[in-house]
Write a protein that binds this ligand. Sequence first.
Ligand SMILES: NC(=O)c1ccc[n+]([C@@H]2O[C@H](COP(=O)([O-])OP(=O)(O)OC[C@H]3O[C@@H](n4cnc5c(N)ncnc54)[C@H](OP(=O)(O)O)[C@@H]3O)[C@@H](O)[C@H]2O)c1
Length: 220
Amino acid sequence: MMEIGILGGTGPAGKALAARLASVGLDLVIGSRNRYRAMEACDGLIERWGDRQLSIRPADNVGAAAAEVVVIATPWDAAAETARSVARHLRGKVVVCMSNAIALVAGEFQPLVPPRGSVSASVQAELRDAYVAAAFHHVPATELGNLDHDLASDILICSDHQRATVTVSEIVREIPGARPLDAGGLSNATAIEAFTAVLLQLNSRYETRVAVCFTGIDES
Ligand SMILES: NC(=O)c1ccc[n+]([C@@H]2O[C@H](COP(=O)([O-])OP(=O)(O)OC[C@H]3O[C@@H](n4cnc5c(N)ncnc54)[C@H](OP(=O)(O)O)[C@@H]3O)[C@@H](O)[C@H]2O)c1
């Protein structure tokens, strides 16, 4: 079974993704700068979903980077540095970045423009020998991590590498209610990361959590 490591996997996004992917039978490694925080995160998930026998284990970020596919789930301004810190373990691998550069200013979510236009592009710049994809930016951790409900969301994926888009699409297809959509090259991550600020603003304004579901795409 494919093993997926999550760098910064102890936050809400990383834990939610770990639970969801483990629930469909994948092997997950929650990484952290501190192995004990990873242990706590794993214990919490296993306690919450004890009946589901999730395959989730703790590691430091280096341990998580040893997995076959690696996800970066740190705050946006730590993503490139975290990628750099484990770069030699990521050569030749598919690396998924889900970080959004967003600031909360006076109660309003605003997109920031990180170096190279997106967090994902700045991660790809650090990982010349890896295949970086941007994905999962717009899925709220609460929905992603609630295994009692299917997801009901499209997942926009962009990458400059076909291999990365195909691999992430295959992973997403395993998740009930999730539809992978190939949203083009990594330059489009700029728009997706920034658009997530709009979604967060909608959530705040309408006291809900919106999902991205596009009409008009023939699934046959
Ligand atoms: N929360 C959501 O609903 C959601 C949904 C989709 C995408 N995202 C994106 O996913 C990313 C993570 O979101 P989150 O809410 O889980 O964030 P978070 O809780 O602030 O951070 C996640 C983890 O990153 C690690 N971290 C924090 N600062 C770091 C640093 N300076 N260097 C290295 N690692 C650091 C921490 O793990 P350790 O201390 O254990 O190392 C932390 O638990 C964000 O960029 C966000 O935009 C979030």
